[in-house]
Design a protein around this ligand. Structure first.
Ligand code: AMP
Length: 216
């Protein structure tokens, strides 16, 4: 089974894909994480990617499609993928179809998380990531404390693109370039739209039911 978790920045895609990946033994592919790995290498490509991400724009389809092609070609990933933050343009969605065909695979379900703009902004502004263990927290909605986190608070960092000035650009980019994907998957009868504004656990319950039914 291959899944896509779709939604605006801050809609909870990463958190819900982590849950799904544990419960259904899927491998999470976050193009954002892959790009941040490239930035950490401090390569020339990494520098260009960082400039694009920090501006709130999308990285070119060519770079993204190459990353995905490498992943789909690996045997261990076959029919076990959950895409988080990909595809993000109609062009990427179409390329993914071609690549999946090439490797005799398909997308089984697309979960779209809809969240109101003001909640998204607060989620992004409050987002904190532990640089030691990788867990994500939110200073407004889910602060790190000694019950949910073992590491010291000094390890909490913010993403460089989670700045108030960049958020509006990222949201506009989402509306203009990513939202059209919804219709692409609706027409293929793969789309499940879910209200992603509530509590993480109750949203996940809905997603879990949909994916369990798929497994039949
Ligand atoms: P994310 O971690 O998914 O919020 O992604 C962070 C940033 O990485 C985005 O704002 C984009 O600049 C870039 N990015 C991530 N995934 C993609 C993608 N599929 N296509 C283009 N750019 C992407």
């Amino acid at each position: 089974m291959n899944l896509i978790i779709f939604g605006a920045p801050g809609s909870g895609k990463g958190t819900q894909s982590d849950n799904l990946s544990k419960d259904f033994s899927l491998i999470k592919i976050s193009t954002g994480d892959l790009l941040r790995n490239e930035i950490d290498k401090r390569s020339e490509l990494g520098k260009k990617i960082k400039d694009t991400i920090d501006k709130g724009s999308l990285v070119s389809d060519i770079i993204i499609n190459n990353l995905i092609q490498d992943i789909l070609s690996e045997k261990k990933n076959i029919n076990r993928l959950i895409f988080d933050g990909y595809p993000r343009t109609l062009n990427q969605a179409k390329s993914l179809e071609l690549l999946l065909n090439k490797f005799n695979q398909k997308i089984n379900c697309v979960i779209s998380l809809s969240v109101e703009k003001d909640i998204i902004i607060k989620r992004i502004i409050g987002r904190q990531i532990c640089s030691k263990c990788g867990l994500t927290f939110n200073e407004f909605f889910y602060p790190s404390n000694n019950k949910n986190h073992d590491c010291d608070l000094k390890f909490l960092v913010k993403r460089t693109d989670d700045q108030e000035s960049t958020i509006m650009t990222r949201y506009d980019t989402y509306l203009k370039q990513s939202l059209p994907i919804i219709n692409f998957y609706k027409e293929k009868n793969l789309l499940h739209e879910i209200n992603g504004s509530g509590k993480i656990a109750s949203i996940y319950k809905e997603i879990y039911a949909i994916i369990s039914a798929l497994k039949g």
